[in-house]
Structures are given as C-alpha cells and as structure tokens.
Design a protein around this ligand. Sequence first.
Ligand code: GLN
Length: 195
Amino acid sequence: MKIGVLALQGAFIEHIKMLRSLGAAAVEVRLPQDLDDLDGLIIPGGESTTIGKLAVQYGLMEPLRSFAAERPVWGTCAGMIFMAREIGLDQPLLGVMDIVVERNAFGRQIDSFEVDLMIDGIAESDRPFPAVFIRAPRLIAVGRHGQVLARLADGTAVAAREGQWLVTSFHPELSDDGRLHQYFMHMVEAQKVAV
Ligand code: GLN
C-alpha cells in the first residue's frame, strides 16, 4: 500500500512518519505525476490559503480532483478546508466533498487545545482519541451521503466521512495514537480491493 501526503506546506512530515510506523509506504506529493501510483492521499494541516495557492501554481488542482474521484483522500485541518464544497470565503478549494466548513472556528483566545474525543469506526472506539486542535475549522454541514464520525461535547462536528473521503478538524499526526491513520489505511485497502 502506497499513500501520498501533499507536501506543499504544513505538517506533512509527521503524517509520513506515522504512516511508515504503521507499515505503509509513504511519499511526499508535490507534482501531478507524484500521484500516479498512489493508493490514497492525505492533505495535511497548515494554512489552507497557502496550500491552495501553491496547488494552483503547481498545476495540481485538476489532477487532485481526478485522483479524489477514484481514490481515498483524507484532509486534516487545513486539508479539510481544502476538500470542502463551501467555506464562505474566496480561496482555491478542491471542493470534492459535500461539506460546509468554517475556518478558524474556535476563536483567537483558544488558538489550540487538546481534547479526548470519541470517534466512530476506529479501533477500540470506546477509548477516546487525543485530538489536537490548532486554529481549527469546524463542520457546519455534512451532505446527505456523508456521516459525522466525531463531535465535541457541545455538539460541534469535527470529523466526517463520505464514501472514500475522510476529514478531521484536528491533527491526528501530532498525537502518538495511530488509530485514525489505521482507519484510513483500511479505507485505502478496501478501495484497492474494490477497484
Ligand atoms: N487555520 C488554518 C486555515 O485556515 C488551518 C489550521 C491548521 O491546519 N492547523 O487554513
């Protein structure tokens, strides 16, 4: 199994380390041809405006959309923003997933925080996942083909899945819990068998 991590900006190295520690081959993606032999792709956290601008510059927008039409893609934090259909702001988006997202949804005072989060579908799902939020976005709406996988105590949706697409508001690569990466690897494996 070979998984790419979009390496234009942001926390891509941590995703690569986590994937390798779980036994997947992981590579950095910067150019359209880097997508050619991948089974899945992670779009990391960082700054969504920068990631979008660079993706346009590198001619990656259409190749990423075609890739996502067929293969599993997981967007974390800025990656979730980049995958969204609608964010109410003018910046380059892939727009592949039917979600509405609000950027920087937790205000300036609470720039970053960590919570124990219950996430549907991961291994040992009755054990909370240590979720690190950094100037994080939240999900405002998830389309009818999607499902919310995790909510904060106040009901705010922070993880969702729609078919081969996964999004999380937080940074799972910054904790040492590999269960979400494992979950994504199962999605990739399932898609490989199906194709
Ligand atoms: N606030 C960033 C954005 O709007 C996302 C932050 C992150 O990825 N940690 O793109």
